[in-house]
Each structure stands twice: as structure tokens, then as C-alpha cells.
Design a protein around this ligand. Structure first.
Ligand SMILES: NC(=O)c1ccc[n+]([C@@H]2O[C@H](COP(=O)([O-])OP(=O)(O)OC[C@H]3O[C@@H](n4cnc5c(N)ncnc54)[C@H](OP(=O)(O)O)[C@@H]3O)[C@@H](O)[C@H]2O)c1
Length: 384
């Protein structure tokens, strides 16, 4: 039997890039697809076509990908017992990238996907006779409501609370990983990326990224609320709670996937090895504000407290506290472990206004041709 690497979430914004990396070093990959969510092979093929992979590469995907429809929320991933055991026994490694990243979601729903889903992936790992290695994609935002100071890779506590249910669900999933690792004496790699971005322009057939979601919310709110509120330069003014020295960590998704796959090559310690996959420079909150003002006709003013008499537009945006909370953050994510292992190559190019604009520029038609700065093409050419 050929020992396989399996990947959940392969149709996602990050999962597609992880798949690109894994296919650079593995002849085939088992895709644990989201049952009932649309043809995974087709969506994956479209991603590679739209990002400039050579025709020979995309033509081979049918042979190189084994797609297994799974239900993350159900025991044994919703598979019959025999199919589950056969799947588990064939695996040498499992990458778990599937999850709900809905920052406005309710905790029970997020727990089902992010916590129970992780539990069932761990069941698969426990069942496999080759003891497959587990690579779990978490988030740097398990640091929760800590808004200042430094978040370290070996920290995992809920002392600061959480900005939203998404953060809590990812924290709980990590707690589960630690308990499982101890109970089974098995290593697990936990990867904590910060906010993932791209300069690849949006396309209806590609998964959106978090800044696109924020842009859409702002645009919808602007449309629904009309032009209420005082104007400046003919644009409605929006007062949003935020810190003028606030900063956000945004990292290129392609780079993050590359770093993750390189980290997985390292010999595990035997317990849980956690890594912050982050950019070495934060993006100032005012830069993000400038970005959004360039896309949506509003003028954003950062204020210290909620306005007493909010305009219709401000009231609408107040419905998204899980998102706007980040505008006051000034913390830094320490990534000493990653930099110690990978050296200067752990750093990536600058994420500046031009880069972010490119990844949000609306396109009316045609394929999402990669911009000049966006490295794509055959996975072998990008192998690390
Ligand atoms: N995006 C970020 O900025 C970011 C930052 C830090 C951490 N992360 C973490 O990175 C991971 C991947 O995120 P992403 O950006 O790739 O998200 P995404 O684009 O929303 O993709 C989510 C993936 O998970 C799958 N999925 C969702 N619900 C599922 C379910 N109930 N059962 C099975 N599969 C399900 C989706 O399949 P379908 O498409 O078929 O539904 C998709 O492949 C997540 O664990 C997230 O917490 C993301």
C-alpha cells in the first residue's frame, strides 16, 4: 500500500496553496473533501488553471488526487467503519486545514466544525496503523483578547477572553490537540498563521480572503445605509473604534503555505510543536483604513469610544464587532521558533498598500491573471 498524505480543507483559500506545495513533493494527495459542498476536483483544477499552472500539470490532477467525501462534524468523518479504517491505515501524514472562519458565527456552529471536526481528524490519526503525523492549522488569533504586548508560540490560555466565537473555537481545538497528544503519546505540529492575504485579484471561482470579506461588509453596509452621517469630501463619514497606533499582522498566503510545508519536514519533538506563521512587520491600522477608503466610498475616522449618536451606517457596522475589534490591537506575535528553524528565509516580502490593493481590485471579467509579483506556475518550480 502506498503511504499517502491527506489534506482537509483543500478547496479553501489556504488549503489550495498547501495542496500546491504538497503536490510539489508527493506524487499523490488524498483530498478529504467537504461532502455535499460541490465538486472538489473541479474547484481545485480551476484554481490551478486560474493561477497559471501548466496544462500538463492540471491534466494530471485526476490521477494525482484521490478525493474522499467526508463529513467533518460526524464521527469517523461520516465514513462507514471499513472505509474509515482503510483510509486511516493508508496515511503517513494528515494536514488539517478545514474549518469555518466565520468571524461573526455562533459558538455552537463554530464548535461543530472547528472543535468536533478536529476531534474526528484526530480519531482518523489515532486509528491509522502507521501512526500518521498530524499537522493542524490553527490561528495566531488563539491569543484572543490580549490587545497589547507579545503573544508567544508556547502560550495557550483563555485569560484574556476572546474577541469572537471563532477565536474561542480555534483555542478549544488546540486544547483538544494537546490532550490527544498527551493521551496517545503522539507528536502534533500546530501552525498558527496570522491574517492571510494575496495580491491575486478576486475571482468568482476562487475562495475569498478575510480582507475581501471586510470590504464586502463595508460595501453592503454603505449601500443599505445610504449616505447618512456627516460628509467630508462628499463621502459619508464613518466613526469606527480603533487605535491610531493599532497594527495587524498580514502574511502572504503563498508564503505561509511554503513555510508550513517546510516546517513539517523537521523532526517533531514528540509533543505538540507550535509555530507562529506570521509576517515580521505588522501593517499599521491606518494603512488598512486607507485601503478600505480607496475601495468603498466612505471616510473612516478612528475614534476611542463608540459614538453616542451613531449614523445608520455606523449602526450597521456595529453589528460586526468580531471584525472591528481588531482595529484596536497593538500586540505582536513572536515567531522565534520559526525563525530559529528556517533562518532569514522565514521572512517574506513587504505587505504594503499596493500589494493589498491588488488582492482586492474588483475584476469585471476574464481569468484572474497573476500580477507580476505573484509567483505561480508549476508547483515543481516553487518547491522548497
Ligand atoms: N484565512 C485566514 O486569514 C486564516 C488565518 C489564520 C488561520 N486560518 C485557518 O486556516 C484554515 C483554512 O482557512 P481558509 O482561509 O482556507 O478558509 P476557507 O477559504 O473558508 O476554506 C475552508 C475550507 O474548509 C472546508 N470546510 C469548511 N467547513 C467544512 C466542513 N463542515 N466539513 C468539511 N470541510 C469544511 C471548506 O470546504 P468547502 O469549500 O467545500 O466548504 C474549505 O476547503 C482554517 O483552519 C482557519 O482557521 C485562516
Amino acid at each position: 500500500m502506498v503511504v499517502q498524505v491527506a489534506l482537509t480543507g483543500a478547496t479553501g483559500f489556504l488549503g489550495l496553496r498547501l495542496l500546491r506545495r504538497l503536490l510539489a513533493t508527493h506524487r499523490s494527495v488524498t483530498v478529504l473533501a467537504h461532502a455535499g459542498s460541490g465538486d472538489a476536483l473541479h474547484r481545485i483544477t480551476r484554481f490551478f488553471e486560474l493561477t497559471g499552472a501548466p496544462g500538463e500539470f492540471t491534466a494530471e490532477l485526476t490521477d494525482r488526487l484521490r478525493v474522499v467525501e467526508t463529513e467533518l462534524e460526524r464521527p469517523r468523518l461520516g465514513l462507514p467503519e471499513r472505509a474509515f479504517q482503510e483510509l486511516a491505515d493508508g496515511l503517513g501524514a494528515i494536514w488539517h486545514s478545514a474549518g469555518s472562519i466565520n468571524l461573526e458565527g455562533e459558538l455552537p456552529e463554530l464548535r461543530r466544525t472547528n472543535v468536533e471536526g478536529t476531534r474526528h481528524v484526530l480519531e482518523l490519526a489515532a486509528a491509522g496503523r502507521r501512526q500518521p503525523l498530524v499537522h493542524h492549522v490553527s490561528t495566531a488569533f488563539v491569543a484572543g483578547g490580549r490587545r497589547e504586548g507579545v503573544a508567544y508560540e508556547d502560550e495557550l490560555d483563555d485569560a484574556y477572553g476572546f474577541e469572537n466565537a471563532y477565536e474561542r473555537s480555534k483555542y478549544e481545538a488546540e486544547k483538544l490537540i494537546h490532550a490527544w497528544s498527551r493521551e496517545h503519546a503522539r507528536p502534533v505540529m500546530v501552525l498558527r498563521p496570522s491574517i492571510l492575504v494575496t495580491d491575486l485579484p478576486p475571482h468568482p471561482e476562487l475562495p475569498p480572503h478575510p480582507l475581501q470579506v471586510i470590504e464586502r461588509i463595508l460595501r453592503d453596509a454603505r449601500r443599505t445605509a445610504g449616505t447618512g452621517g456627516p460628509d467630508r469630501d462628499g463621502r459619508p463619514r464613518v466613526r469606527v473604534v480603533g487605535h491610531p497606533h493599532g497594527r495587524l499582522n498580514l502574511v502572504q498566503v503563498e508564503h505561509a503555505a511554503e513555510v508550513m510545508v517546510r516546517l513539517a519536514d523537521r523532526t517533531p519533538s514528540g509533543g505538540v510543536d507550535t509555530y507562529h506563521v506570521v509576517h515580521d512587520r505588522d501593517v499599521p491600522v491606518p494603512t488598512v483604513v486607507t485601503l478600505l477608503e480607496g475601495l468603498v466610498p466612505v471616510s473612516v475616522e478612528l475614534v476611542a469610544t463608540e459614538p453616542d449618536e451613531p449614523s445608520a451606517l455606523e449602526s450597521l457596522l456595529a453589528f460586526y464587532p468580531g471584525l472591528t475589534a481588531y482595529l484596536v490591537h497593538r500586540r505582536r506575535f513572536d515567531d522565534t521558533r520559526v525563525r530559529t528553524l528556517l533562518g532569514p528565509s522565514a521572512a517574506s516580502d513587504r505587505v504594503d498598500l499596493g500589494y493589498l490593493r491588488s488582492g482586492l481590485a474588483a475584476r469585471d471579467r476574464g481569468p484572474a491573471a497573476p500580477p507580476a509579483t505573484h509567483a505561480t506556475g508549476a508547483p515543481s518550480a516553487r518547491s522548497s
